[in-house]
Design a protein around this ligand. Structure first.
Ligand code: CUA
Length: 344
């Protein structure tokens, strides 16, 4: 129906229950504006042409009072204005009255990322997985400045305000991948503060939520965690919006840390970086990564480390001490990561 390009659709898809209502209201108001706008312009041009001989029409006929005329030009705009008001109120009510039977997901905005938490405890960053055909309610707040959740395909958006909760709800109507934007200017990387909403069939969503990876190798499971479940890729994988340290080809190499120390990037280093990111910030990067302590299991940590290691094919055969496997919790070496890197 509408012209679409891969990245910038002229008109976004309709993918929520109330998307069509917003669109009809939009087209209705646009049609009224076009009708009167074009009408006035055409009449102005027509009269300018018709009455161009000034002298002939120097003193036009005066009209003194016309009840019919006055009534008509009052009634028509009144009815139109009220129709816009009533329809607008109905659509607004549909968008912003929270349904009672919705599944709640918590949202925290932060310069410059979105953090989501499901009722089951599953967390995501810059990605939101939801089931199709179910009412989802977002309870939202922010750690710093005002942000704004905007999902064009769902035709809904709402400010996210520090110090209070705001709410948004939607029911997605078709599985797919839809853009999520921050729609409130919030500083340097505002334009990069976006992500994706994944709408999944219920059974896919259930298996996503339970995170069953039984048939995957650690590298595959880690890749899935990295790209989908934990949203690491939104900061650590290429492109203009990369805010986190590059991970390709780094394994086994030394790195300079903020504060002047260096560290050997081995399994233990990766593990510490995931659990205590502030402890060893790579030179040239901001300490913005949130901790994943308590959010990933030891099994998932092993998979993540295996995946990140696989990004450095040259170093894949480098010392694999196995220290990341389950028993590494007692080492608290992040404060002196650069000094103490011998085999334990
Ligand atoms: Cu957050 Cu703009």
């Amino acid at each position: 129906m509408f012209m679409q390009s891969e990245n910038i659709p002229l008109f976004p898809e309709q993918a929520s229950t109330f998307a069509w209502q917003v669109d009809y209201l939009f087209f209705y108001i646009t049609a009224i504006c076009l009708f009167f706008g074009l009408g006035v312009v055409l009449v102005v041009l027509a009269f300018a042409y018709k009455y161009k001989e000034q002298k002939k029409f120097a003193s036009p006929r005066n009209i003194h009072g016309s009840l019919v005329l006055e009534f008509t030009w009052t009634a028509i705009p009144f009815v139109l204005a009220m129709s816009i008001f009533v329809l607008g109120t109905i659509v607004f009510h549909n968008l912003y009255s929270m349904p009672q039977d919705a599944t709640e997901i918590f949202v925290v905005g932060k310069q410059w990322m979105w953090k989501f938490q499901h009722g089951t405890g599953q967390r995501e960053i810059n990605e939101l997985h939801v089931p199709v055909g179910r009412k989802i309610k977002l309870t939202m707040t922010t750690e710093d400045v005002i942000h704004d959740v905007y999902i064009p395909a769902f035709r809904t958006k709402a400010d996210v305000v520090p110090g209070r909760f705001t709410y948004l709800w939607f029911e997605a109507t078709k599985p797919g991948k839809y853009r999520l934007f921050c729609a409130e200017y919030c500083g340097l990387n505002h334009s990069g503060m976006g992500g994706w909403v994944y709408v999944m069939e219920q059974k896919d969503f259930d298996s996503w939520l339970s995170g069953t990876d039984a048939d995957k190798t650690p590298v595959q499971a880690g890749e899935d965690l990295f790209n989908n479940k934990l949203g690491c890729a939104s900061c650590h994988a290429g492109g203009d919006t990369q805010r986190g340290a590059k991970l390709e080809g780094i394994f086994g190499k030394e790195v300079k840390l903020v504060g002047g120390n260096t560290a050997q990037r081995d399994e233990q280093y990766l593990r510490n970086s995931i659990l205590n990111p502030g402890g060893q910030v790579v030179e040239g990067y901001q300490p913005i990564m949130p901790t994943f302590k308590g959010q990933v299991t030891e099994e998932q940590l092993v998979s993540l480390v295996a995946y990140i290691r696989s990004l450095s094919p040259d170093a894949a055969s480098a010392p694999s001490t196995g220290s990341g496997n389950g028993t590494g919790t007692e080492t608290e070496s992040e404060d002196k990561a650069g000094d103490d890197q011998g085999d334990k």
